[in-house]
Design a protein around this ligand. Structure first.
Ligand code: NCD
Ligand code: ZN
Ligand code: ZN
Ligand code: ZN
Length: 444
């Protein structure tokens, strides 16, 4: 049988090697991966110019802000940002307005995504206090639940018995629970103290969110996981100690996974002194010893890399009062170039990068037809030029948030073509996808 499209003259990552090869699509699925000589006949042939064909990349942690916070980002700008950065699937966090904690709110968000998104979008759900909605949200296909241990709304993340019940509920529903783990009481106490000090430095955010706040919460969640055996995932680990606790939990056989961000791997607390509020993020950028531990963890222990794309308006980033600075910054357009540069510099291998940005996120969040270049999988593909150099310039971002602590970063490598469901949707930075051409991905 013939194919619709043949991506010809490319290179495929096979083991540790890059091997000449091609990929073909039929009816939105991959129908061939291998040498060109034995490839099927195709209606259309697209020359990949010797670039590297990767499985479509998945960003398992983004905040696309649609509905009530569309001044920061929406599904169109957020998913255009994803395409520009080489991602074919993004998983959207539920701390939106309204929160994704009921079937009605989920339906409303799905509707917005369906009409605007240009890549595949999966949605996380949030628990509400009664946990009554969780089963319905799971039935409707949320890819995971998200709990902030630093928030008492919509569910009290500081109460062990509440978390235990939520984990039991998630285990029954067969859905993993992702945690933003930081200890609320530690942070509340320090915030009081630093607010009283009257400091106006943006560094106070990091002072009030010390490494221990994270490791205390990680240890607490692991202990609850020990009782419930629910699948749990730690978002954006940023400290040496919390990674150590997660590794120990894995060694004991607990169903625990974890992610790190490019900014915690490559940037340090010094960025806040040089860039101010732009570099404020939760958890904060840390000292070098934590960065080194996370980089070491990339070899075996870290499961995935996610951007934690958290756009805010510029105004919300540069407030004079440090307590009014919104933590977070966009990451969809920096993650891949920054991580390809890291591969180029020998920080990790290409094979590992593909696991961290495609295979593992697909596995953890139940996207069974994504994450690898396999026959029968969805025809989502990211083509990268490993040598192309460019300086990161946030004024060119597709995201509404046109700033980044990676501004001026000398990147080596970026996405040059992106295919979603077998159609070319990004070519050399030009986006040809129509709003609404993306699909909702469900964990079912
Ligand atoms: C995120 C946001 O703005 O929604 N901010 C951040 O600094 N990472 C929330 C979060 O992921 O913790
Ligand atoms: Zn978080
Ligand atoms: Zn986040
Ligand atoms: Zn570029």
């Amino acid at each position: 049988m013939s194919a619709d499209i043949l991506l010809a003259n490319g290179k495929l990552p096979i083991g540790r090697e890059l091997v000449e090869g091609c990929v073909a699509f039929r009816s939105g699925r991959i129908c061939y991966v291998g040498k060109e000589v034995s490839s099927p006949r195709a209606r259309e042939r697209i020359d990949i110019d010797g670039n590297v064909i990767l499985p479509g990349l998945i960003d398992a942690h983004v905040h696309l802000r649609d509905l009530g916070q569309a001044s920061k980002e929406d599904f169109l700008t957020g998913t255009r940002s994803a395409l520009s950065g080489g991602f074919t699937t993004v998983l959207d966090m539920p701390n939106s307005i309204p929160p994704t904690d009921s079937p009605e709110n989920l339906a409303q968000k799905m509707e917005a995504a369906r009409s605007k998104a240009v890549v595949n979008v999966g949605l996380y759900g949030a628990f509400e206090p009664s946990l009554e909605n969780a089963r319905d949200l799971a039935r409707l296909g949320v890819v995971g639940f998200k709990v902030f241990t630093t928030r008492r709304q919509p569910m009290d993340g500081d109460d062990d018995s509440v978390i235990e019940k939520a984990l039991l509920c998630a285990r029954q529903a067969g859905v993993p629970v992702a945690f933003h783990a930081e200890d609320l009481k530690t942070i509340e106490g320090l915030e009081l103290m630093y607010k009283a000090s009257g400091s106006s430095s943006p560094m106070v955010f990091a002072d009030a969110h010390p490494p221990e706040a994270e490791s205390i919460a990680v240890a607490r969640i692991v202990a609850i996981c020990e009782k419930t055996k629910a699948n749990i995932h730690f978002c954006h680990l940023s400290t040496k100690e919390s990674l150590r606790i997660v590794i120990a939990a894995k060694t004991r056989g607990l169903p625990v996974t974890c992610e790190v961000t490019p900014h915690h791997l490559l940037l340090s607390e010094r960025e806040v002194s040089s860039q101010g509020g732009i570099a404020v993020v939760d958890p904060p950028l840390r000292r070098g010893c934590h960065q080194h531990a996370l980089v070491d963890g990339l070899k075996h222990d870290v499961d995935l890399i996610a951007s934690d794309h958290a756009p805010h308006t510029l105004q919300e980033k540069v407030s004079e009062n440090p307590w009014n600075i919104s933590p977070g910054f966009p990451g969809l357009e920096t993650t891949l170039p920054v991580m390809l540069t890291a591969v180029n510099h020998g920080m990790l291998t290409m094979t590992r990068l593909i696991e961290l940005l495609a295979a593992k996120p697909a596995k953890v969040f139940g996207l069974s037809s994504k994450g690898s270049l396999s026959v029968g999988h969805d025809a989502d593909v990211t083509v990268v030029d490993l040598e192309r150099r460019h300086v990161i310039d946030p004024s060119e971002f597709e995201s509404k948030a046109k700033y980044s602590p990676f501004k001026g970063f000398n990147a080596i490598g970026e996405a040059v073509k992106v295919f979603v469901a077998g159609r070319i949707v990004m070519d050399n930075g030009d986006i040809m996808a129509e709003p609404g051409s993306g699909s909702i991905v469900l964990r079912l």
